[in-house]
Design a protein around this ligand. Structure first.
Ligand code: ATP
Ligand code: NCN
Length: 220
């Protein structure tokens, strides 16, 4: 996607004036990168890094899902494996952290719960929920959307093969960021491991070694 294809609108400029509630310069700015991370890959990491830079975020917290209810028809690796891979992948970046809140809450993961809990844990902080173009396009199918959009500002990021557009969120509730295009998906990583193909350089080296040690995805 070229810059000329980016959706336009009044909220598309993160450097725009501090007149919006989510753009208060006095508050800490926390990015939230939610995902199943089965496994985490460089597409996730590059997206989070680019949004952190463009939106002047103080930190990005990666939040692996507990039970991703919209993937209940698919095999999902144990939460502890997904959590540990996320820790390994983010450990070297001082701006990145990992939260267990969705795993420890138990039950199906709803982002409204994630954001409510993060707000309680982080007073005086603006939350920026980062989501790829594919996930953003499905957001109106999520649970409890009536509260969802009041809890964070949403940032949709470009992803190869997907169109980035506002699926119907309040206009001042979503911004768009073009991130370096990496045509990597967790599905493709799992399929490659199952076939015996390499995933070096698609995921961090430590994640390749963890997958090998735990023999993940071999039977997929
Ligand atoms: N290559 C990528 N570029 C930009 N955003 C991405 C990319 N891969 C995933 N994302 C976004 O990261 C978030 C978490 O994604 P997720 O953990 O489901 O990975 P995935 O690669 O989409 O997995 P799967 O192939 O199993 O569906 C989602 O918002 C998704 O849109
Ligand atoms: O809140 C919901 O109902 C909901 C439904 C589907 C996905 N999400 C969130 O969207 C993020 C990406 O999810 P996924 O399944 O694409 O890895 C992750 O944080 C999920 O918890 C949230």
């Amino acid at each position: 996607m070229g810059a000329q294809d980016m959706p336009t609108g009044p909220v598309n400029n993160p450097a725009g004036g501090p007149d919006r509630e989510w753009d208060s310069p006095a508050k800490r700015r926390l990015g939230v990168m939610g995902g199943t991370f089965d496994p985490i890959h460089h597409g996730h990491l590059v997206a989070a890094s680019e949004v952190a830079a463009q939106f002047h975020l103080d930190e990005v917290v990666f939040v692996p899902t507990g039970q991703p209810w919209q993937k209940s028809d698919k095999h999902v690796s144990p939460a502890e494996d997904r959590y540990l891979m996320t820790v390994i992948a983010t450990a070297e970046n001082p701006q990145f952290s990992v939260s267990r809140i969705d795993i420890d809450r138990g039950g199906p993961t709803y982002t409204t719960d994630t954001l409510r809990d993060l707000r309680a844990l982080n007073p005086d902080t603006d939350l920026f929920f980062i989501t790829g173009a594919d996930a953003l396009s499905q957001i109106l199918t999520w649970r409890y959307t009536e509260e969802l959009f009041s809890l964070a500002h949403f940032i949709g990021v470009t992803r190869p093969g997907h169109t980035l557009a506002n699926p119907g969120l309040p206009e001042d509730g979503v911004s768009f960021v073009e991130v370096p295009a990496l045509a990597i998906s967790s599905t493709d990583c799992r399929d490659r491991v199952a076939k015996g193909d390499p995933i070096w350089y698609m995921v961090p080296d430590g994640v390749v070694r963890y997958i090998d040690k735990r023999q993940l995805y071999r039977g997929d």
